[in-house]
Design a protein around this ligand. Structure first.
Ligand SMILES: *[C@@H]1O[C@H](CO)[C@@H](O)[C@H](O)[C@H]1NC(C)=O
Ligand SMILES: *[C@@H]1O[C@H](CO)[C@@H](O)[C@H](O)[C@H]1NC(C)=O
Length: 391
């Protein structure tokens, strides 16, 4: 009885077994497919689609409203006409250079340039300024050029055998008051390179929150201009061995560069003007986008609302851009504001400068972290490093 039942069930067993095998196989196949598809979905294997950028915004972002004024300034400087420059004039007519800038410049070489020492300085100044001026144009791969322009000189100075290898990790330390009580000091110092801005103070009372290591001091030329009046160009809150990377706010600051470069042991690198133009375009694009999309205004009114010709990216923004070019990973500290925090952690400055559009810059950082493909004016060949913003 039992055995006959067993015999009768045998085909049933076989069918069950067959179904089980078949099911397992199917599941395997699905799993297999699934894993392939998962792999393809991962960002490493598929770069996200580039968005279609709005041509109007791109066009307006590419126009430099201050261009003609700057050209004129440069022309005058190349001719040796310093009359219109208040602060610079007093610097140039200080004991050090002994020139009388009150005299009217003649055609060609100005009669201001009386001391031979100053004349030599002026010739170098002219050379640097005209090179800079000629290179001040847009170049798509300016970010990729940073390794050669910045990292290689630093490697040479540090005696590194391998030149132009990107930093494994970088911390860009902004100066926002949100850093106070952050306790990020140790985390900041654990990065291979630490970039600080505009000579913000460090030291015992800040160390726990901002760290103590500095690999690159990033400044704008206004900062160096103030240092240039001090004995020995003293401008080294982080020590005399820390390289300085600087962008030119005003062409006349090439004098400060020349004066300070001679007494500065580590490299004092001026940012490539093509890199400056790229930074300017990106920030302006985000500012225009915000103006049109969030405020609902007309794109042509943007100039009047943002001090048109004076509009400028912040030093912090360019320091982050620099890090994108020379670092494999970027951590950003001390950017952002809060109702409770001071504008700067180390000063009592309350307000933001109106020639910057920090909100637009935050929009840019947001894309940088989440969707870097949304950032305009960047070549497809450039790979953004991962960026983390610490708040
Ligand atoms: C691009 O932006 C301009 C200015 O805001 C707007 O007028 C235009 O409609 C936009 N074009 C597209 C295709 O979205
Ligand atoms: C700046 O200093 C560096 C290093 O001392 C030197 O190689 C370079 O020629 C200097 N540049 C100028 C314009 O003096």
């Amino acid at each position: 009885m039992y055995s006959s039942m067993k015999r009768a069930l045998r085909p049933l067993y076989s069918i069950l077994l067959l179904i089980m095998v078949a099911t397992t196989l199917t599941v395997r196949v699905i799993l297999h497919y699934g894993s392939i598809q998962l792999k393809y979905d991962a960002p490493l294997f598929k770069s996200p689609e580039k968005p279609v950028f709005n041509a109007t915004l791109l066009k307006y972002a590419s126009i430099d409203i201050g261009e003609s004024q700057l050209k004129q300034d440069i022309e005058e400087l190349l001719e040796g006409n310093f009359r219109r420059r208040g602060r610079q004039r007093s610097f140039l007519s200080s004991k050090k250079y002994n020139i009388d800038v009150r005299m009217k410049p003649a055609r060609g070489i100005s009669v201001q340039l009386r001391s031979p020492e100053f004349y030599r300085l002026w010739l170098t100044f002219r050379r640097y300024l005209s090179d800079w001026s000629r290179n001040r144009r847009f170049q798509l791969d300016a970010l990729s050029e940073l390794v050669n322009g910045v990292k290689v000189p630093l490697d040479k100075y540090n005696g590194n055998k391998v030149l132009g290898k990107k930093y494994k990790s970088c911390a860009v330390v902004g100066n926002s008051g949100i850093l106070l009580q952050s306790g990020y000091g140790e985390l900041i110092d654990s990065h291979e390179a630490v970039i600080r801005l505009n000579n913000a103070r460090t030291g015992k009372i800040f160390e726990q929150n901002v760290g103590s290591k500095t690999s690159i001091s990033f400044v704008n030329s206004n900062v160096l201009h103030l240092c240039a009046r001090r004995k020995g160009c003293f401008c080294h809150p982080y020590g005399t061995n820390v390289p300085i990377i600087m962008y030119m706010c005003q062409p006349v600051h090439f004098f400060d560069y020349l004066v300070c470069n001679s007494s500065h042991k580590p490299p004092l690198v001026i940012t490539d003007p093509r890199f400056d133009v790229l930074c300017a375009r990106i920030v302006k694009y985000y500012s225009l986008k915000r103006f049109v999309e969030k405020a609902g205004k007309d794109v042509v009114e943007w100039g009047a609302a943002h001090e048109g010709a004076n509009f400028h990216y912040s030093s912090g923004m360019q320091a982050i851009m620099l890090a994108l070019g020379v670092c494999e990973k970027v951590s950003v500290f001390g950017f952002g504001k809060s109702a409770l925090a001071k504008h700067h952690y180390h000063t009592s400055q309350k307000a933001e400068l109106s020639l910057h559009d920090y909100d637009a810059e935050y929009d840019f950082y947001h894309d940088l972290v989440k969707k870097p493909q949304m950032i305009p004016f960047i070549t497809d060949k450039f790979q953004f490093p991962p960026v983390v913003m610490y708040h």
